[in-house]
Design a protein around this ligand. Structure first.
Ligand code: NI
Length: 137
């Protein structure tokens, strides 16, 4: 089994909050990410896929095709968007980095399989000091 990782970047806005909490309580629980007037992050996404090397090409996967899949299924839906209100696959979820990683996995899994590879890890960095990794379960 061999692994390859593609990095992509996107900028997006979000807010972490519960409607049943006051602004003060949201600030206490979610910190700055609960700012009622939204805020943005420069996200980094690392998509790792695994599989076998194709003897005809020496590649695990065509990176151009993988990049296209990530762009179409994920980046174009998130980049310069407000994740809470504009991103269909995040509807009704708290927009934490954890839930974002799971949502991105669900967006990518089928399309990656169609490239004869398997999704191994979706890593989402919300800031340079915090990141989440999701391995599918
Ligand atoms: Ni935030």
């Amino acid at each position: 089994m061999i692994y390859i990782t593609r990095r992509e970047r996107f900028n997006a806005a979000h807010r972490l909050f519960r409607e049943d909490y006051s602004d003060e309580k949201n600030m206490e629980v979610f910190g700055k990410c609960s700012n009622p007037n939204w805020h943005g992050h420069n996200y980094e996404l690392f998509v790792t896929v695994k599989g076998k090397i194709d003897p005809d090409t020496g590649f695990l996967v065509n990176l151009k095709k993988l990049s296209k899949v990530i762009k179409e299924e994920v980046i174009e839906k998130l980049d310069h968007k407000n994740i809470n209100v504009e991103v269909d696959f995040m509807k009704g979820k708290y927009v934490s980095t954890e839930n974002l990683a799971i949502g991105i996995w669900q967006q990518l899994e089928k399309a990656v399989n169609e490239l004869d590879a398997m999704l191994h890890c979706v890593k989402v960095c919300e800031s340079e000091n915090n990141y989440v990794e999701y391995f599918g379960k």
